[in-house]
Design a protein around this ligand. Sequence first.
Ligand code: ADP
Length: 320
Amino acid sequence: MRKIGVLTSGGDSPGMNAAIRAVVRSAIYHDIKVVGIKKGYEGLINGDIEDMNLSSVADIIHRGGTILRTARSEEFKAERGFQKALNVISIFGIEGIVVIGGDGSFRGAEKLSQAGIKTIGLPGTIDNDLAYTDFTIGFDTAVNTVVNAISNIRDTSTSHGRANIIEVMGRHCGDIALYAGLAGGAESIIVPEVPFSIDDICKRLIQGRNRGKLHSIIILAEGVLKDSHEFAKQIEEKTGIETKLTILGHIQRGGSPTAFDRILASRMGGRAVELMMEDKTSRVLGIKGNEIIDMDISEALSIKKEINKNLYELAKILSI
Ligand code: ADP
Protein backbone atom coordinates (compact mmCIF):
# COMPACT_ATOMS: atom_id res chain seq x y z
CA MET A 1 0.00 0.00 0.00
CA ARG A 2 1.60 3.25 -1.17
CA LYS A 3 -1.12 5.83 -1.02
CA ILE A 4 -4.43 6.13 0.79
CA GLY A 5 -7.08 8.84 1.01
CA VAL A 6 -9.23 9.92 3.93
CA LEU A 7 -12.59 11.68 3.80
CA THR A 8 -15.40 12.71 6.13
CA SER A 9 -18.94 12.45 4.81
CA GLY A 10 -22.57 13.05 5.80
CA GLY A 11 -23.37 14.68 9.14
CA ASP A 12 -20.27 15.77 11.05
CA SER A 13 -19.49 14.69 14.59
CA PRO A 14 -16.98 15.70 17.28
CA GLY A 15 -13.94 13.45 17.05
CA MET A 16 -13.79 13.31 13.27
CA ASN A 17 -10.65 15.46 13.41
CA ALA A 18 -9.04 13.12 15.91
CA ALA A 19 -9.82 10.27 13.51
CA ILE A 20 -8.32 12.12 10.52
CA ARG A 21 -5.22 12.87 12.58
CA ALA A 22 -4.84 9.23 13.57
CA VAL A 23 -5.21 8.01 9.99
CA VAL A 24 -2.72 10.57 8.63
CA ARG A 25 -0.11 10.08 11.34
CA SER A 26 -0.35 6.27 11.34
CA ALA A 27 -0.07 6.17 7.55
CA ILE A 28 2.98 8.43 7.54
CA TYR A 29 4.56 6.41 10.35
CA HIS A 30 4.22 3.33 8.11
CA ASP A 31 5.61 5.16 5.05
CA ILE A 32 2.25 5.32 3.30
CA LYS A 33 1.38 8.56 1.49
CA VAL A 34 -1.94 10.04 2.51
CA VAL A 35 -4.23 12.54 0.84
CA GLY A 36 -7.19 14.40 2.30
CA ILE A 37 -10.34 14.34 0.17
CA LYS A 38 -12.43 17.45 0.85
CA LYS A 39 -16.20 17.52 1.38
CA GLY A 40 -16.76 13.77 1.29
CA TYR A 41 -17.77 12.12 -1.94
CA GLU A 42 -18.28 15.52 -3.58
CA GLY A 43 -14.54 16.18 -3.33
CA LEU A 44 -13.84 12.73 -4.66
CA ILE A 45 -15.88 13.51 -7.79
CA ASN A 46 -14.31 16.95 -8.23
CA GLY A 47 -10.74 15.97 -7.43
CA ASP A 48 -10.73 18.31 -4.43
CA ILE A 49 -7.77 16.48 -2.93
CA GLU A 50 -4.60 17.56 -1.13
CA ASP A 51 -1.50 15.88 0.21
CA MET A 52 -1.48 15.55 3.98
CA ASN A 53 1.62 15.69 6.14
CA LEU A 54 2.32 15.58 9.85
CA SER A 55 1.59 19.26 10.31
CA SER A 56 -1.67 19.20 8.31
CA VAL A 57 -3.19 17.49 11.33
CA ALA A 58 -1.39 19.43 14.08
CA ASP A 59 -3.55 21.19 16.64
CA ILE A 60 -6.83 19.54 15.64
CA ILE A 61 -7.35 16.68 18.11
CA HIS A 62 -9.41 18.91 20.39
CA ARG A 63 -11.50 20.54 17.68
CA GLY A 64 -15.10 19.72 16.79
CA GLY A 65 -16.21 19.58 13.16
CA THR A 66 -13.91 18.29 10.44
CA ILE A 67 -10.94 20.05 8.82
CA LEU A 68 -11.69 18.11 5.61
CA ARG A 69 -15.22 19.55 5.62
CA THR A 70 -18.16 17.32 4.81
CA ALA A 71 -21.03 17.18 2.36
CA ARG A 72 -23.90 15.12 1.11
CA SER A 73 -23.50 14.22 -2.56
CA GLU A 74 -26.47 13.09 -4.61
CA GLU A 75 -24.20 13.02 -7.66
CA PHE A 76 -22.11 10.25 -6.13
CA LYS A 77 -25.19 8.04 -5.82
CA ALA A 78 -25.82 8.30 -9.59
CA GLU A 79 -23.80 6.14 -12.00
CA ARG A 80 -22.16 9.07 -13.81
CA GLY A 81 -20.96 10.71 -10.60
CA PHE A 82 -19.74 7.40 -9.27
CA GLN A 83 -17.71 6.74 -12.43
CA LYS A 84 -16.18 10.23 -12.13
CA ALA A 85 -15.14 9.37 -8.58
CA LEU A 86 -13.53 6.12 -9.77
CA ASN A 87 -11.59 8.06 -12.43
CA VAL A 88 -10.32 10.57 -9.87
CA ILE A 89 -9.23 7.73 -7.57
CA SER A 90 -7.26 6.23 -10.44
CA ILE A 91 -5.75 9.55 -11.60
CA PHE A 92 -4.53 10.38 -8.09
CA GLY A 93 -3.16 6.86 -7.62
CA ILE A 94 -5.22 6.33 -4.47
CA GLU A 95 -5.14 2.66 -3.47
CA GLY A 96 -7.42 2.75 -0.48
CA ILE A 97 -9.91 5.12 1.14
CA VAL A 98 -10.82 5.60 4.80
CA VAL A 99 -14.39 6.85 5.01
CA ILE A 100 -15.42 8.54 8.25
CA GLY A 101 -19.20 8.95 8.44
CA GLY A 102 -22.56 7.39 9.19
CA ASP A 103 -24.63 4.66 7.56
CA GLY A 104 -25.20 6.62 4.33
CA SER A 105 -21.46 7.16 3.95
CA PHE A 106 -20.91 3.45 4.62
CA ARG A 107 -23.30 2.62 1.74
CA GLY A 108 -21.05 4.76 -0.45
CA ALA A 109 -17.97 2.93 0.87
CA GLU A 110 -19.70 -0.40 0.20
CA LYS A 111 -20.28 0.64 -3.41
CA LEU A 112 -16.65 1.73 -3.80
CA SER A 113 -15.45 -1.54 -2.39
CA GLN A 114 -17.71 -3.48 -4.78
CA ALA A 115 -15.99 -1.53 -7.57
CA GLY A 116 -12.62 -2.83 -6.36
CA ILE A 117 -11.46 0.12 -4.22
CA LYS A 118 -10.06 -0.86 -0.85
CA THR A 119 -12.20 0.85 1.78
CA ILE A 120 -12.36 1.03 5.55
CA GLY A 121 -15.23 2.79 7.34
CA LEU A 122 -15.00 4.60 10.67
CA PRO A 123 -18.33 5.31 12.39
CA GLY A 124 -18.51 9.10 12.72
CA THR A 125 -21.96 10.16 13.88
CA ILE A 126 -23.42 11.55 17.09
CA ASP A 127 -26.52 9.37 16.68
CA ASN A 128 -25.00 6.02 17.72
CA ASP A 129 -27.37 4.43 15.23
CA LEU A 130 -24.99 1.76 13.90
CA ALA A 131 -25.90 -1.58 15.43
CA TYR A 132 -22.59 -3.40 14.92
CA THR A 133 -20.68 -1.13 17.33
CA ASP A 134 -21.33 -0.20 20.96
CA PHE A 135 -20.37 3.41 20.28
CA THR A 136 -19.77 5.76 17.35
CA ILE A 137 -17.29 8.64 17.28
CA GLY A 138 -19.05 11.78 18.55
CA PHE A 139 -21.82 10.11 20.52
CA ASP A 140 -20.14 10.55 23.91
CA THR A 141 -19.52 14.24 23.26
CA ALA A 142 -23.13 14.79 22.20
CA VAL A 143 -24.37 13.01 25.33
CA ASN A 144 -22.13 15.20 27.50
CA THR A 145 -23.43 18.32 25.77
CA VAL A 146 -27.00 17.25 26.52
CA VAL A 147 -26.13 16.41 30.14
CA ASN A 148 -24.66 19.89 30.60
CA ALA A 149 -27.79 21.40 29.10
CA ILE A 150 -29.94 19.34 31.47
CA SER A 151 -27.98 20.72 34.46
CA ASN A 152 -28.47 24.30 33.29
CA ILE A 153 -32.15 23.83 32.62
CA ARG A 154 -32.63 22.03 35.93
CA ASP A 155 -31.34 25.07 37.86
CA THR A 156 -33.87 27.46 36.41
CA SER A 157 -36.59 24.85 36.35
CA THR A 158 -36.15 24.33 40.12
CA SER A 159 -36.41 28.06 40.82
CA HIS A 160 -39.71 28.30 39.00
CA GLY A 161 -41.16 24.88 39.84
CA ARG A 162 -41.51 24.05 36.18
CA ALA A 163 -41.40 20.95 34.07
CA ASN A 164 -39.04 20.96 31.13
CA ILE A 165 -39.09 18.96 27.97
CA ILE A 166 -35.68 18.80 26.29
CA GLU A 167 -35.73 17.62 22.70
CA VAL A 168 -32.49 15.96 21.60
CA MET A 169 -31.11 14.67 18.30
CA GLY A 170 -30.59 11.10 17.16
CA ARG A 171 -32.76 10.75 14.06
CA HIS A 172 -34.50 7.36 14.39
CA CYS A 173 -32.26 6.28 17.26
CA GLY A 174 -33.07 6.98 20.91
CA ASP A 175 -29.54 6.47 22.26
CA ILE A 176 -28.69 10.15 22.86
CA ALA A 177 -32.00 10.55 24.72
CA LEU A 178 -31.48 7.36 26.72
CA TYR A 179 -27.86 7.88 27.76
CA ALA A 180 -28.25 11.61 28.46
CA GLY A 181 -31.53 11.00 30.25
CA LEU A 182 -29.97 8.37 32.47
CA ALA A 183 -26.88 10.47 33.18
CA GLY A 184 -28.95 13.60 33.78
CA GLY A 185 -31.51 11.95 36.05
CA ALA A 186 -34.46 12.73 33.80
CA GLU A 187 -37.92 11.85 35.11
CA SER A 188 -39.07 10.53 31.73
CA ILE A 189 -37.26 9.49 28.57
CA ILE A 190 -39.17 9.27 25.31
CA VAL A 191 -37.47 7.35 22.48
CA PRO A 192 -38.70 6.23 19.06
CA GLU A 193 -38.11 2.56 19.83
CA VAL A 194 -40.49 2.30 22.82
CA PRO A 195 -44.17 3.33 22.80
CA PHE A 196 -45.10 5.85 25.48
CA SER A 197 -48.25 7.17 27.05
CA ILE A 198 -48.76 10.85 27.76
CA ASP A 199 -50.94 9.93 30.75
CA ASP A 200 -48.11 7.92 32.27
CA ILE A 201 -45.76 10.89 31.88
CA CYS A 202 -48.31 13.23 33.43
CA LYS A 203 -48.86 10.81 36.32
CA ARG A 204 -45.11 10.81 37.04
CA LEU A 205 -45.05 14.61 36.98
CA ILE A 206 -47.99 14.91 39.36
CA GLN A 207 -46.62 12.25 41.73
CA GLY A 208 -43.28 14.04 41.75
CA ARG A 209 -44.86 17.38 42.54
CA ASN A 210 -46.96 15.83 45.31
CA ARG A 211 -43.78 14.43 46.81
CA GLY A 212 -42.35 17.95 46.88
CA LYS A 213 -40.20 17.75 43.73
CA LEU A 214 -39.41 21.22 42.45
CA HIS A 215 -38.54 20.31 38.90
CA SER A 216 -39.03 17.64 36.29
CA ILE A 217 -37.05 16.88 33.17
CA ILE A 218 -38.49 14.96 30.24
CA ILE A 219 -36.02 13.99 27.52
CA LEU A 220 -37.65 13.64 24.15
CA ALA A 221 -35.84 12.18 21.14
CA GLU A 222 -36.41 14.01 17.88
CA GLY A 223 -38.66 12.30 15.40
CA VAL A 224 -40.99 10.73 17.97
CA LEU A 225 -43.60 13.48 17.71
CA LYS A 226 -44.71 15.71 14.88
CA ASP A 227 -45.18 18.71 17.13
CA SER A 228 -43.20 18.96 20.36
CA HIS A 229 -44.69 22.38 21.16
CA GLU A 230 -48.17 20.89 21.11
CA PHE A 231 -46.96 18.07 23.35
CA ALA A 232 -45.65 20.57 25.94
CA LYS A 233 -49.01 22.36 25.84
CA GLN A 234 -50.88 19.10 26.40
CA ILE A 235 -48.72 18.20 29.38
CA GLU A 236 -49.27 21.61 30.92
CA GLU A 237 -53.04 21.36 30.43
CA LYS A 238 -53.24 17.84 31.84
CA THR A 239 -51.05 18.45 34.90
CA GLY A 240 -51.47 22.12 35.65
CA ILE A 241 -47.66 22.32 35.85
CA GLU A 242 -46.02 25.01 33.75
CA THR A 243 -44.09 23.15 31.03
CA LYS A 244 -41.34 24.58 28.84
CA LEU A 245 -39.83 23.06 25.75
CA THR A 246 -36.15 23.41 24.77
CA ILE A 247 -35.01 22.06 21.42
CA LEU A 248 -31.23 21.67 21.70
CA GLY A 249 -30.57 21.31 17.96
CA HIS A 250 -27.14 21.64 16.43
CA ILE A 251 -25.23 22.51 19.60
CA GLN A 252 -25.17 18.72 19.97
CA ARG A 253 -23.16 18.31 16.79
CA GLY A 254 -20.34 20.65 17.77
CA GLY A 255 -17.89 21.23 20.58
CA SER A 256 -14.55 19.85 21.63
CA PRO A 257 -14.67 16.05 21.66
CA THR A 258 -14.54 14.29 25.02
CA ALA A 259 -11.47 12.23 25.92
CA PHE A 260 -13.54 9.11 25.21
CA ASP A 261 -14.29 10.21 21.64
CA ARG A 262 -10.68 11.31 21.02
CA ILE A 263 -9.37 7.96 22.21
CA LEU A 264 -11.99 6.00 20.25
CA ALA A 265 -11.19 8.00 17.10
CA SER A 266 -7.44 7.57 17.60
CA ARG A 267 -7.72 3.81 18.13
CA MET A 268 -9.95 3.39 15.09
CA GLY A 269 -7.80 5.63 12.88
CA GLY A 270 -4.68 3.67 13.79
CA ARG A 271 -6.42 0.35 13.22
CA ALA A 272 -7.76 1.48 9.83
CA VAL A 273 -4.21 1.92 8.55
CA GLU A 274 -3.17 -1.47 9.95
CA LEU A 275 -6.08 -3.12 8.15
CA MET A 276 -5.09 -1.41 4.90
CA MET A 277 -1.58 -2.81 5.30
CA GLU A 278 -2.96 -6.26 6.06
CA ASP A 279 -5.08 -5.93 2.89
CA LYS A 280 -8.13 -6.63 5.04
CA THR A 281 -10.49 -4.12 3.52
CA SER A 282 -14.20 -3.63 2.81
CA ARG A 283 -14.48 -3.45 6.59
CA VAL A 284 -15.93 -1.04 9.12
CA LEU A 285 -14.48 -0.48 12.57
CA GLY A 286 -16.36 -0.60 15.82
CA ILE A 287 -15.89 -1.04 19.55
CA LYS A 288 -17.28 -3.99 21.49
CA GLY A 289 -16.45 -4.50 25.15
CA ASN A 290 -13.60 -1.96 24.82
CA GLU A 291 -11.99 -3.91 21.98
CA ILE A 292 -11.69 -2.38 18.52
CA ILE A 293 -13.39 -4.79 16.12
CA ASP A 294 -13.81 -4.86 12.37
CA MET A 295 -16.65 -6.28 10.34
CA ASP A 296 -17.57 -6.65 6.68
CA ILE A 297 -19.35 -3.45 5.57
CA SER A 298 -22.41 -5.17 4.14
CA GLU A 299 -22.78 -7.41 7.16
CA ALA A 300 -22.47 -4.44 9.53
CA LEU A 301 -25.10 -2.50 7.59
CA SER A 302 -27.52 -5.43 7.69
CA ILE A 303 -27.74 -5.52 11.49
CA LYS A 304 -30.79 -3.75 12.86
CA LYS A 305 -30.15 -1.24 15.62
CA GLU A 306 -32.15 -1.76 18.79
CA ILE A 307 -32.42 0.23 21.96
CA ASN A 308 -30.68 -1.15 25.05
CA LYS A 309 -33.80 -2.35 26.87
CA ASN A 310 -31.96 -3.01 30.15
CA LEU A 311 -30.65 0.53 30.25
CA TYR A 312 -34.08 1.90 29.38
CA GLU A 313 -35.71 -0.11 32.20
CA LEU A 314 -32.98 0.95 34.63
CA ALA A 315 -33.53 4.62 33.79
CA LYS A 316 -37.24 4.11 34.48
CA ILE A 317 -36.60 2.41 37.83
CA LEU A 318 -34.19 5.11 38.94
CA SER A 319 -36.53 7.95 38.08
CA ILE A 320 -39.49 6.87 40.23
P1 ADP B 1 -24.46 9.82 6.96
O1 ADP B 1 -23.20 9.20 6.45
O2 ADP B 1 -24.20 10.79 8.06
O3 ADP B 1 -25.52 8.78 7.28
P2 ADP B 1 -25.91 10.50 4.50
O4 ADP B 1 -26.96 9.46 4.67
O5 ADP B 1 -26.35 11.85 4.07
O6 ADP B 1 -25.05 10.75 5.81
O7 ADP B 1 -24.84 9.95 3.44
C1 ADP B 1 -23.71 10.70 3.09
C2 ADP B 1 -23.39 10.51 1.64
O8 ADP B 1 -23.08 9.13 1.38
C3 ADP B 1 -24.53 10.81 0.67
O9 ADP B 1 -24.66 12.18 0.39
C4 ADP B 1 -24.08 10.05 -0.57
O10 ADP B 1 -23.10 10.75 -1.29
C5 ADP B 1 -23.45 8.81 0.04
N1 ADP B 1 -24.44 7.72 0.02
C6 ADP B 1 -25.50 7.55 0.85
N2 ADP B 1 -26.21 6.45 0.51
C7 ADP B 1 -25.60 5.92 -0.58
C8 ADP B 1 -25.85 4.79 -1.41
N3 ADP B 1 -26.88 3.97 -1.20
N4 ADP B 1 -24.99 4.56 -2.43
C9 ADP B 1 -23.94 5.37 -2.66
N5 ADP B 1 -23.66 6.46 -1.91
C10 ADP B 1 -24.46 6.74 -0.88
